[in-house]
Write a protein that binds this ligand. Structure first.
Ligand code: TRP
Length: 371
């Protein structure tokens, strides 16, 4: 049967089959025995309990090393090209939990050249503007400035470029074509870019002066880059980075991934309570029945209901979530009522976020890494 979805670093659409992805990308499912191991270090984050983080590579190895006293670094990133929305924040919220749980230093890459190279309609000036904007949202999520370094590729180039050169020498054009689908029309900056995204995976070893583990949390669309990173690592004498991968937060209309290009299907980090409620009321795809009578009789379908799906991300309390699930499924809770619960939960989250963001500006310099 033909595949009914696409997942690449540039394009995600269709009904993503995450079990299939695990096989296709050659990652490993995060199974219950691995969850038990992670539980040793603290209460499992609800993204793990609910399998939003569903796949990994070598996480078990990183943990074994950690138990022997070998620390690891975290590495993640954001390519600035527009405002931050809820979907972007999922891997970062989890990264913060990893930082707190494992007392791990975090390298946060801002590849300010990436979207300039890959898109036709973004200038470097715009990219810089969004970098400044997006960094405030990142800081607002509560990372510890003593353990977190944020760097823009164009600014940290003096350190990064020599490493990128070593990496790029080990990636052939045919490999890049096979992994990313590049053609003769692809500009050469885009082709080189993957080397820049690999660099921070090796910075832990370079900074520590000895082989040092690195764990990269990311949404699964970034996987092609890190397959290449893992390929190159042993050739340069670095440990292969481990990874932990999440699914995409569905858009309001129920598509696989929230996308900033479609305003109605997206909740931005800066949306007001009114914008949030109007978008959810108007656009959130409902698993409810057509008529009140039918809904009361047959109940709603939480599995396709976006308001419910979002609660699985933003309502941490398992008991509350379970109550909502059963009330909706039994027909006791109506679709409109479920949406109101979702609106309240998202607005609570955003109100906290926006307050923290207002204080982030004064902290920026504590986080920035330059050379
Ligand atoms: N390419 C990512 C994006 O489009 C940004 C990024 C850079 C990243 N390094 C990363 C994402 C490491 C996850 C992990 O936003």
């Amino acid at each position: 049967m033909a595949k009914e979805y696409t997942v690449t670093p540039w394009e995600v659409h269709g009904d993503v089959d995450y079990n299939e992805i695990v096989k296709e990308f050659g990652t490993k499912e995060i199974d219950d025995s691995l969850l038990k191991k992670i539980e040793k270090y603290g209460k499992l984050h609800h993204f793990l309990r609910r399998k939003h983080f569903f796949a990994h590579r070598d996480l078990d190895i990183i943990l074994k090393d950690y138990d022997k006293g070998k620390k690891f670094y975290l590495y993640t990133g954001r390519s600035p090209s527009g405002p931050i929305h809820l979907g972007h924040m999922i891997p970062w919220m989890f990264t913060k939990w990893l930082q707190d749980t494992f007392d791990a230093p975090l390298l946060f890459q801002i590849p300010d050249e990436e979207k300039f190279l890959f898109k036709n309609n973004l200038t470097m000036e715009e990219s810089e503007k969004w970098a400044t904007d997006n960094i405030l949202d990142i800081i607002a999520l509560g990372f510890d400035h003593k353990k977190t370094s944020i760097f823009k590729n164009t600014e940290y180039a003096k350190t990064m470029y020599p490493v990128a050169v070593e990496i790029s020498k080990r990636i052939t054009l045919s490999k890049a074509k096979a992994v990313f689908g590049y053609t003769n029309e692809t500009n050469i900056g885009s082709i080189f870019y993957t080397a820049m995204q690999s660099v921070p995976a090796f910075l832990p070893s370079i900074r520590e002066g000895e082989p040092t583990n690195c764990l990269i949390p990311y949404a699964i669309d970034q996987d092609p880059h890190f397959r290449i990173t893992r390929d190159v690592a042993p050739k340069l004498g670095y440990p292969k980075p481990a990874s932990i991968n999440c699914k995409f937060l569905p858009s309001l209309k129920g598509d696989s991934k929230m996308s900033s290009s479609i305003n109605e299907t997206c909740i931005y980090a800066g949306d007001s309570p009114e914008e949030v409620s109007s978008k959810i009321r108007k656009y959130a795809f409902s698993g409810g029945r057509d008529t009140l009578k039918e809904h009361r009789k047959k109940g709603g379908n939480p599995n396709i209901d976006v308001a419910y799906q979002w609660l699985t991300y933003f309502e941490e309390d398992d008991k509350k979530l379970e109550q909502v699930y059963h009330a909706y499924k039994s027909g006791e809770l109506l679709s409109g009522e479920l949406k109101e619960i979702c609106i309240e939960t998202i607005n609570k989250f955003l109100s906290t976020h926006q307050k923290a963001r207002a204080k982030a500006e004064s902290k920026v310099e504590k986080f920035m890494l330059r050379d």
